[in-house]
Design a protein around this ligand. Structure first.
Ligand code: ATP
Length: 391
């Protein structure tokens, strides 16, 4: 099969119709647990370069799933294989429980929204949306009904007669989304759909897209390199690096329990340091670290924890308190090196021994005495706020 090599297309990917109408609100918004996309050991090489190095993952019906990772990690390659726009060298793909690799893109129950929208410039908004249905020779009345319904859903009905050059970036994004949704796909694939929009519009559309997905109950598979976007929108996220999935979990799992320093640093900001295990009790690890002795809640981990084990530890800046803490917290004495305010939060660099910790605190107007560079400060960290890394 000849497949296009870039994501710049001037065509629409039609798909099979499902018996139910996904454009009607779903009865339940939660993923039902059954699998809609199953990837097993997918590999893809471009010459000597391995873009996918054995990717296995399952996507549940009705979930908002994101593929997150730095540029070049293989996200789009994986999405294109699911879409039927590229083939893996080895591995298996099932969609809706059936083998899918032998199916051309147009026979798969998926639709794709590309970053550049790929709208037909010579067609109006409603003609762009109706195009796929016309190709399938649906009755005119059905085409009008479905096109109108999806334009209402995506709030672009007033733009029906305009052409793409008369639309803003956000409006084009909605038209591209409507054009994909009108085909009633079981799975909607979104390749950086908000990449071309400004930060404020992105935030607004993130919320809308998430609400739309919940209402329709369609499985969304979303590619992004923006960790905030992935965490804000997704039920689950697969973090990718160098052609592999390095961790897959809910946004909370990834943020609170990253398994590697790559994930810890890619998702949010964190303080990383090393330590030695001194003693292990039923609930706690006692460790010697450059910050002093720390008590750490025993995490669920596959890491072997024997005495004197070298540990790699992390703590998020907002999980370190500068205002007293709770009984049982670890207490560290530090000197404020710098302090600044971003508006909603105060960001401090605090030196503890030779280690510089980043600490953030929400500006709740509670602090009676302002902190300045050079001040001594007592930091408190709950034993449950550390995470243990596997690398
Ligand atoms: P981005 O966020 O920048 O879009 P990505 O994670 O989606 O990145 P891919 O587009 O999947 O990355 O590309 C993965 C790697 O495979 C990159 O190094 C890319 O240069 C390479 N690659 C992708 N398509 C081809 C191709 N047709 N020929 C050669 N190399 C390719």
């Amino acid at each position: 099969m000849t497949v296009p090599s870039s994501t710049t297309f001037w065509f629409i990917l039609p798909c099979r119709f499902t018996k139910t109408n996904p454009l009607q609100p779903a009865e339940t918004n939660a993923a039902d647990g059954s699998l809609v996309v199953e990837c097993q050991q997918l590999t893809r090489r471009f010459g000597q370069f391995e873009a996918l190095a054995g990717v296995s993952l399952n996507i549940r019906r009705g979930e908002f799933f994101s593929l997150l990772g730095p540029s070049g990690c293989g996200k789009t390659t994986l999405l294109r294989i699911i879409a039927g726009l590229d083939l893996p060298d080895t591995g298996e793909l099932r969609i809706g429980g059936l083998p899918a690799l032998h199916l051309p893109a147009w026979k798969r129950p998926v639709n794709t929204v590309f970053q550049n929208y790929a709208l037909f410039p010579h067609l109006s908004v409603s003609e762009n949306i109706a195009f796929g249905l016309r190709m399938k020779r649906l009755p005119s009345a059905d085409i009008v009904r479905r096109t109108t319904s999806v334009m209402e859903l995506t709030q672009i009905l007033p733009l029906a007669g305009r052409h793409p050059h008369e639309l803003s970036g956000g409006q084009k994004q909605r038209v591209a989304l409507a054009r994909a949704l009108v085909n009633e796909p079981a799975v909607l694939l979104l390749d950086e759909p908000m990449g071309a929009l400004d930060a404020k519009l992105r935030k607004e559309l993130q919320l809308e897209l998430r609400q739309l997905q919940r209402r329709l109950g369609i499985t969304f598979v979303h590619v992004t390199h923006d960790q905030d976007e992935a965490l804000a929108m997704s039920d689950r996220v697969a973090v990718m690096n160098a052609g592999r999935i390095v961790q897959l979990g809910t946004p909370d799992e990834l943020y609170d329990r990253p398994k590697t320093s790559f994930v810890a640093e890619f998702i949010g900001v964190c303080n990383l340091f090393e330590g030695n295990l001194i003693r292990r009790t039923k609930q706690l690890l006692e460790t010697e670290t450059p910050l002093g002795r720390l008590r750490i809640e025993l995490p669920a981990t596959t890491i072997e924890l024997s005495e004197r084990s070298r540990l790699r530890l992390g703590v998020r800046p907002e999980r370190i308190a500068m205002d007293g803490g709770q009984p049982g917290d670890n207490r560290l004495l530090g000197i404020v090196q710098s302090i600044s305010s971003s508006g909603p939060e105060t960001i401090a660099q605090v030196r503890v021994g030779d280690t510089l910790l980043r600490v953030t605190e929400l500006n709740m107007g509670r602090r009676s005495v302002a902190l300045h560079a050079g001040d001594s400060v007592e930091l408190t960290i709950s034993p449950g706020n550390f995470f243990l890394l596997e690398d």
